[in-house]
Unconditional design. Structure first.
Length: 366
């Protein structure tokens, strides 16, 4: 999943005896967590980044690396992977250290005001500040509740598409009624490069929680016999020679039919779980961390929350909003890291100090 660019610009953690002493630890290496590195870097604060995934990028890379994103300022369109690569390139001057494939399991405030942070792999930190950019938490896809079908997980049953080429030329059955189910059904039914041999979309009702344009296009493809749509509930399966061969689907008429399947994709959405974060003594509202809108501090001074993990009046779950939160959180962290230092707002366009931090030549203006 990690591209050559990612490998070139990332500093991966080396073995270390005892806790790593640092100014900042960022939990989450999604787009918002990566941009938090940038905003801290402009203030000369170096960070360590921890993520449960084995690669940076968070939800956009894990769930839809090839889907287009249209609302990033000054970038008309990019994929989740492209956005991640650009952010990694942008933060390269700041030398963040990545600790991937591990989950933060413990956070304890120390007598000196710092935080002891430990991960599932035994990595330990003593940090002055902690930034939680964990998206929706330890997100897990909601699974298909059919007894025994989990035996095909990873071989014929999938809850996300990591490599579209893996499904090209296959007889696909896609279950779900949201944007992901519709998007991938359309992709595999019409995409010349990754076109499937056949696509059958199954949803429990003839109504969708997806973009109307996608629904209209799906119905058009069905009318042209380029894919099929079946209303029904999956409640069983058939196998042949140890392989999944059919999905039992009960329709509105009460009749159960067997739908042939070679590869099964299920998109029921994500089940957000805060996981260990719930035990860190932070104020929580509906599985999200309550923050202020001045510096995006949680209820524990020195711990900040940015991106989809936080909540406040008027909160909008957009990557753009998360980027804004990162800037204010970085300035909010300054008193904890540089208590005797007054930090003024500077602009990357004109500040020779920031040019030095970024490693670029100061422009000469006529």
């Amino acid at each position: 999943m990690t591209s050559e660019l990612n490998q070139d610009v990332m500093t991966l953690a080396a073995a270390h005896d005892g806790p790593i002493e640092t100014d900042a630890v960022i939990v989450g290496a999604g787009p918002v967590g990566l941009f938090q590195v940038f905003e801290l870097g402009l203030l000369e604060i170096k960070a360590h980044v921890v993520d449960a995934l084995a690669y940076p990028g968070g939800q956009p890379v894990e769930l839809y690396p090839d889907k287009p994103i249209y609302d990033i300022p000054a970038i008309p369109v990019c994929t989740g992977q492209e956005l991640t690569d650009r952010l990694l390139k942008q933060i390269e001057p700041f030398g963040a250290t990545f600790h991937l494939g591990q989950e933060v399991t413990e956070v304890q405030r120390q007598d000196d005001g710092r935080f002891f942070v430990a991960t599932s792999k035994g990595t330990q930190f003593l940090t002055k500040t902690l930034f939680i950019a964990a998206g929706v938490g330890a997100f897990q896809p909601r699974t298909l509740k059919v007894d025994g079908i989990e035996q095909f997980d990873g071989s014929q049953l999938f809850y996300r598409v990591k490599s579209p080429a893996e499904f090209a030329g296959k007889h696909l059955v896609i279950v779900g009624g949201g944007d992901s189910a519709l998007d991938w059904a359309l992709n595999f039914a019409a995409d010349g490069l990754h076109r499937a041999a056949s696509v059958i979309l199954i949803h429990r009702r003839d109504g969708f929680q997806a973009a109307p344009a996608s629904v209209a296009r799906m119905r058009d493809l069905c009318e042209r016999h380029e894919m099929q749509f079946i209303v029904g509930q999956a409640n069983g399966f058939e196998e042949k020679g140890g392989r999944l061969s059919g999905l039992k689907v009960t329709g509105p008429d009460g009749v159960t039919r067997v739908v042939p399947v070679e590869m099964l994709l299920v998109f029921f959405g994500l089940s957000p779980k805060l996981g260990p974060i719930a035990g860190w003594g932070l104020d929580i509202e509906r599985k999200q961390l309550v923050v202020d809108t001045e510096k995006f501090s949680t209820s524990v001074p020195g711990i900040f929350a940015v991106g989809d993990i936080n909540t406040y009046p008027g909160k909008k779950k957009l990557i753009l909003s998360g980027f804004h939160e990162c800037a204010l959180a970085a300035f909010g962290a300054v008193p904890f890291i540089f208590p005797d230092k007054k930090v003024l707002l500077q602009y990357t366009t004109t500040s020779t100090k920031l040019h030095k931090v970024l490693g670029v030549d100061s422009p000469v203006f006529d």
